[in-house]
Design a binder for this molecule. Sequence first.
Ligand code: ATP
Ligand code: MG
Length: 392
Amino acid sequence: MDRLIDHGYEAYVVGGAVRDFLLGRPVHDIDIATAAHPGRVISLFRRTIPTGVKHGTVTVIAHGQTYEVTTFRSESGYSDFRHPNHVRFESSLDKDLMRRDFTINALAMDRSGAIIDLFGGRKDMAERRIRMVGAPEERIHEDPLRIMRGIRFVSELEFTLGDREFAAFQAQAGLLKKISVERLDQEMTRLLAGPAANRAIGLLFATGCFRALPLLKEADLPDPPVALPLLEDDAERWAAFLDGTGVGDVAAFARAWKWSGKLKKRVTAILAFGKIRRAGSWSRMSVYQAGPQCAASVERFLTAGGTFRRDTLENRLKAAGSLWAGLPIHSRSDLAVTGRDLIRWSGRKPGPWLAEVIRTLEKSVVEGAVRNRTEVIKTWFMEQPAAREQKY
Ligand code: ATP
Ligand code: MG
């Protein structure tokens, strides 16, 4: 900011950094708005990245961190509900602040630390309220993602939604269908992780947004609410959300929301082992198959959903952890023999029988019926019908 200002260009910290600073929350990225055009910004700093020069954004690297420096700009014409048709560079901060979504995101801070607050952002902050800059209906029509952002901020900041905003979200919920699923997923994921996630889910339901989101058309409001803040990662939270809202087909949901294979796998496992665990304690085999991470996730998931009591969670986590730790093997590769040994001992050709025997062996070892020693397993194996089957 010193550099820009010393060269005659106004510069301010804007957006989330000012908001989070004033709220006493950790500040992740620092956005700077300036009158300088991108070319000028590039020439003024030694290390820059032309992140989005057409839209006015240059990343400046200094002090071992990055700053997004964006030329004052206004936006107009959002015919695709996403990208403004025109981005105009402006010479004053006012226009730049006007394009921002919520009053708490439209604060600026000058070099001396003074706050510029054109839309009552500080009052809304004090009253813990999410209010839009300008007329909500219009601002949502420009970019319907703002609905999701607004509700996500309710969750993250534990704020309430303004009445006019609520009415506008409700009236225009259908516009969410225009938004790419990647961006919806990003907002939903953050929304589920906020301390007021349940209030936010209530809002998604009350405003009718659920009905506009992929595969949530028929979803129910979780009742009683799921204790989401108890959960530790996105997979646990999504599993609890799907379970609570009664979405049964995880595979279809994962496809519709373009989840990564890893997320899909984890959510599916939590839900599947959740069912098993709901029916009874962990067995050696079920905890072996789930693995310690998934087993812990399942315990938290079932606690959040109200199946088990919170005050028993610590003990249940410990019990599942020690049951797993005490298993004779933790994966198939821990077996003292390989498929090759079984082929040699039986003299049989490899075939489907082999996988079958290994599965049985694995289970027997996990359950403690067969010791994981080569000789013990050999004796066991030679008594199996598979070992004596006709040789080819
Ligand atoms: P966080 O970084 O915690 O997600 P943020 O408010 O910094 O919160 P960014 O996406 O980093 O969110 O955006 C930076 C700023 O850009 C916002 O504070 C807001 O002023 C503006 N902004 C971001 N997205 C929009 C949008 N969809 N419509 C209007 N203004 C937006
Ligand atoms: Mg930000």
